[in-house]
Design a protein around this ligand. Structure first.
Ligand code: ADP
Ligand code: MG
Length: 693
């Protein structure tokens, strides 16, 4: 049960002063539906209103709080002119300007002849001192209430600072004092304030410096958030371990047959990964392991061999891919190996016909189908397994936490292997998964050549097209990725269509197009034509990023490479260099290049090491942005900034680990305090794993 003292924080935001149903909706969109959500909405700037000059002493460009006598109102003659109110003190005149100002309202706000205190940015307009839309206009007796340093919060359309400030102040006031959950020795070493005091401090910054992530109050709250998250992850993992798992052991006969059919040897890291997985599967505890490896490092094969272990043990295994295209591709890769091993393999996607789907479902339920590859269709309710022992989830570069859970709940104690092509920096790994077991594929399969990466200004696109012509004459195949236009799929599409048309005029019959709006079948037809060489150039929006395997493709052209993130560039480049032939990646950029874009392109030229690129990406962008946290399934950190608080993350991990060792059911006084912390950060799921008592 959530502690009583937290109840006021879990009320709707509309329970706060000044927040009715209309503003409530906006606040909810901005921060979340509950009072506690507003606590975590921290100011990003301050406005110092403590300068209170006389009019003659006010400086243009500065924020000032000025006591004035209201003079004449000048109603504008047309709507382009502002409504003006002339004010003065004994040193000079100040004009207040309001665009679209309503006369009745302004007459009430600024009655001629009376004294008012106005606060806002002072500017000079046509030689006169002016304040456009003052932030505050109050009677003299309220002067002190605005003569202060004001926190500035991020807003959403329709919401303004004042009501938000008031609501947040109300939320902070409601926050109860709570028993300290931080380890006392650690707290003392850090010189941090207590929780409630930290909360008050972050919402009443006195200067810019108070907004820095290292400020003791900010650091304290960041640590609280990280500790809640690490503790929750550790509790759930502890719980899952103690829930009876199953031991899956194979004798290797299926793996031997599959491997014998391969024209190549496993790399050392593929072998190591398989061994680690086999050990995990054999243990009676539940496996949760991440298989991390760059595009083309051979994860699919490792996953398949792991699935064969399940089949050797007489059980079933499933591989779930994020898209139809990928599921089919995995299926195509795996099918010959499954056949060589003599194991039944099925494909299950949303596009299967009724008859086929029925047969697959029956096979899975009876156990006659041992291995299955599919899309989200695998986690639909009508899918039942006779004996699912291993679930493999290919996440590419998404963290689909929910689907992953859904698949592993298809049978009790299913072992879980998560494949990801995004080399995740250590800090992010830790934040998302805590101390997760990881197998890394660090080498590329033998025979792969380094990719020659070049950066070329867009003005030279003509030369690039000429070179493309020479290259396809030799039978090469080329990806041409069109520019990414922020938040506009239509424009992306228009760009790709235009490029397709232009290249098509130059190389008739040789150019295909794929984009995200295409029907699956259409897209697959284009991909297939490219894969078997009927098309030489494939123009694409970024859809090809998501795992396409055409080993014969040797050139990747990326238009407006400066608009892409590092991870994305790396993923795209990974589409070439998959065969034995030498590959090239041409990054076309528009000038002038910004500093970050220049750094990104430099790193791309310098290295192909996905792990290094991921670290650089984190450094250049900051963690929140890195994977698009909101859709990614990464914990949505509101207080912690993983690039600034990496050390706190490590400390939180250690603390969580130690806590679970000493007090796994959180029964000590500190344990009790930690329960409140978990509730505060909405980790009720973790609290539920605790034994009652
Ligand atoms: P990933 O899933 O990591 O992107 P894949 O498993 O799709 O990589 O492998 C890419 C290509 O490399 C596939 O065509 C696969 O058959 C091949 N491959 C995998 N392992 C090896 C290896 N040890 N040696 C040579 N080629 C390999
Ligand atoms: Mg793959």
């Amino acid at each position: 049960m959530r502690p009583q003292s937290l109840t006021p924080l879990f009320a709707q935001v509309t329970s706060l002063p000044g927040i009715g149903p209309r503003l409530g909706k906006l606040v909810e969109r901005l921060a979340g539906p509950l009072v506690v959500d507003l606590l975590w909405h921290l100011p990003f700037a301050v406005v110092d209103r403590r300068k209170a000059p006389r009019i003659a002493e006010a400086r243009a460009g500065e924020v000032a709080t000025i006591t004035v006598k209201v003079g004449q109102h000048l109603v504008p003659r047309n709507s382009r002119q502002p409504y003006r109110v002339w004010c003065s003190d004994d040193s000079g005149d100040l004009c207040l300007a309001f665009f679209n100002g309503r006369e009745d309202y302004l007459k009430r706000l600024l009655p001629p002849g009376e004294v008012r205190v106005v606060s806002g940015k002072v500017e000079i307009y046509q030689g006169e001192l002016q304040m456009t839309h003052p932030d505050h206009v109050v009677p003299l007796d309220q002067r002190d209430s605005i003569l202060r340093v004001e926190p500035v919060y991020g807003l959403t359309a329709g919401l303004t600072q004042k009501p938000l400030q008031k609501a947040i102040a109300g939320a902070v006031e409601r926050a109860p004092g709570l028993p300290e959950w931080t380890d006392p020795a650690y707290l003392a070493r850090q010189h941090w304030p207590g929780w409630k005091s930290a909360l008050e401090q972050v919402h009443s910054p006195a200067a810019e410096a108070d907004l820095l992530p290292q400020h003791p109050a900010r650091a304290r709250l960041a640590f609280d958030e990280l500790l809640a998250s690490q503790l929750a992850i550790a509790l759930i993992r502890h719980h899952n371990r103690t829930v009876a798992g199953r031991s899956t052991k194979g004798d290797g006969h299926l793996r031997d047959r599959a491997l014998a059919s391969l024209p190549f040897e496993l790399t050392a890291s593929q072998r190591a990964a398989i061994d680690e997985i086999a050990v995990d599967l054999a243990r009676p505890e539940r496996m949760v392991r991440l298989l991390q490896g760059d595009v083309g490092s051979g994860k699919t094969l490792v996953a398949f061999l792991a699935m064969l272990i399940a089949a050797e043990a007489g059980a079933q295994a499933a591989l779930m891919a994020p898209t139809e295209l990928l599921a089919r591709q995995h299926y195509v890769t795996i099918a010959p190996l499954a056949e060589a091993a003599g194991v039944t393999l099925a494909l299950l996607t949303g596009r299967d016909g009724q008859r086929q789907k029925k047969a697959t479902l029956e096979g899975l339920a009876s156990g006659s189908i041992r291995l299955v590859v599919g899309t989200h269709a695998l986690v639909q309710e009508d899918v039942e397994f006779a004996d699912l022992a291993l679930a493999v989830v290919d996440e590419q570069h998404r963290f689909g936490v929910h689907q992953r859970m859904a698949l592993s709940s298809k049978s009790h104690a299913v072992d879980l292997l998560v494949m990801t092509a995004t080399p995740i920096p250590r800090t992010l790994m830790l934040a998302a998964y805590g101390d997760l077991d990881v197998s890394k594929l660090t080498e590329k399969p033998a025979g792969r050549q380094p990719i020659d990466t070049r950066t070329i200004p867009l003005e030279r696109i003509g030369e690039v097209v000429d070179a493309v012509g020479r290259t396809i004459a030799t039978g090469a195949r080329i990806y041409w990725v069109c520019p990414l236009v922020e938040e506009s799929e239509e424009v992306d599409l228009a760009n790709a269509q235009e490029r397709h048309r232009l290249l098509g005029e130059r190389f008739p019959g040789k150019v295909g197009l794929v984009h995200g709006r295409m029907k699956g079948a259409e897209r697959e037809a284009a991909m297939a034509a490219f894969a078997d060489g009927r098309l030489s150039i494939l123009v694409a929006t970024t859809v090809i990023e998501v795992g396409v395997d055409v080993p014969a493709a040797t050139v990747m052209v990326i238009e407006h490479a400066e608009r892409f993130g590092l991870a994305q560039l790396h993923q795209l480049r990974g589409r070439v260099g998959r065969g034995a032939a030498r590959s090239t990646c041409l990054l076309l950029y528009a000038q002038p290049l910004g500093e970050t874009a220049r750094a990104r392109l430099g790193i791309m030229r310098e290295t192909e090491d996905g792990f290094r690129i991921a670290e650089e990406d984190l450094r250049l962008r900051g963690a929140g942005e890195l994977l698009g946290t909101r859709q990614s399934g990464l914990p949505d950190m509101r207080l912690a900034d993983l690039s600034a608080h990496a050390d706190l993350l490590e400390a939180a991990r250690d603390d969580a680990r130690l806590t679970i060792e000493r007090d796994p059911d959180l029964r000590s006084p500190r344990g009790e305090a930690l329960r409140a912390l978990l509730y505060l950060f909405r980790r009720d799921d973790a609290v539920r794993t605790l034994r009652a008592g």
